[in-house]
Design a protein around this ligand. Structure first.
Ligand SMILES: [Zn+2]
Length: 277
């Protein structure tokens, strides 16, 4: 009896410690609060990779295989996993080669295209209730009017549609939970109007672009022209970003570093924003 009680107490203590540990991990995974670092704030723009991660409907989903997890016979704890993923899923980068022959592969993208001053164009008011919303030239001109200046040369441009708030609910986030080629025509989410992509590359000088939806082209796109226009100019695209609601419209930096896959057309991305003051 005594033995049983002791065992139960021990089990509870272990569970308590374990549960606390687990809660801590869950909080970190879904961190939405900026992290303070000196006089800057860091906002994580990245969704965690897990079995919930949203992938393009024809792409292989994320897999995590536990190789080891627990105490070893030699007296230390050891854990290790294998993972498998398509290049294009979750928070990831589209390297220019994805839609433009002869342009940069992932490891060829110059680092300065992935790090630097950024702006946010907030279209969530119009996009949240219109899953076929196209970010337009007018949206960029409105940003410029409000800020009293042109989109600065060398900017990283983030498009905030608000759709990250639906993630990882696939029906709300991308229009369907079905998968495979048949599901492509069921996709509905906002993207960048090809006309606006053309305007950006002809009239402004941006380094890279990002969006909080599965693709820089909207869900109903048939020919992915915004991809073609931007990537042809060696402008990489970040997709499935999150927490853009926590960013101001200007005055912050983005660091968006992909896994350095040789000859990769895309790669999982860890993207953060650094806010001054
Ligand atoms: Zn992609």
């Amino acid at each position: 009896m005594t033995k049983k009680v002791t065992f139960l107490a021990l089990a509870t203590a272990v569970c308590f410690a374990g549960c606390q540990e687990q809660n801590k991990e869950t909080e970190a995974d879904n961190a939405t609060e900026p992290v303070r670092a000196g006089n800057t704030q860091i906002v994580d723009l990245t969704h965690s990779f897990s079995e919930e991660t949203v992938y393009w409907v024809t792409a292989k989903e994320f897999e995590l295989e536990v190789v080891a997890k627990g105490q070893t016979d030699n007296g230390y704890y050891y854990s290790a996993n294998n993972f498998a993923t398509a290049e294009h899923g979750g928070t990831h980068i589209d390297a220019p080669i994805h839609f433009a022959e002869g342009r940069h592969t992932v490891e060829e993208i110059p680092l300065e295209k992935l790090i630097g001053e950024a702006i946010k164009v907030d279209v969530s008011k119009n996009a949240l209730n219109n899953p076929d919303y196209l970010v337009s030239v007018e949206d960029f001109l409105e940003w410029e009017k409000k800020e009293g200046k042109q989109i600065p040369d060398g900017s990283i441009v983030l498009l905030h549609t608000g759709f990250a708030s639906y993630y990882p609910d696939k029906v709300r986030y991308m229009g369907t939970s079905l998968r495979g080629f048949e599901a492509v025509k069921l996709l509905h989410f906002p993207g960048l109007d090809p006309e606006a992509a053309t305007w950006l590359v002809k009239n402004r000088n941006i380094k890279s672009i990002g969006i909080d939806t599965p693709s820089i082209d909207y869900g109903q796109s048939k020919d992915f022209q915004s991809h073609v226009i931007l990537l042809s100019e060696n402008i990489p695209a970040f997709e499935n970003l999150t927490n853009l609601d926590q960013l101001p419209s200007k005055g912050f930096e983005v660091v968006a570093l992909p896994m350095k896959i040789k000859e990769g057309t895309g790669a999982p991305l860890r993207a953060v924003a650094i806010l001054k003051n």
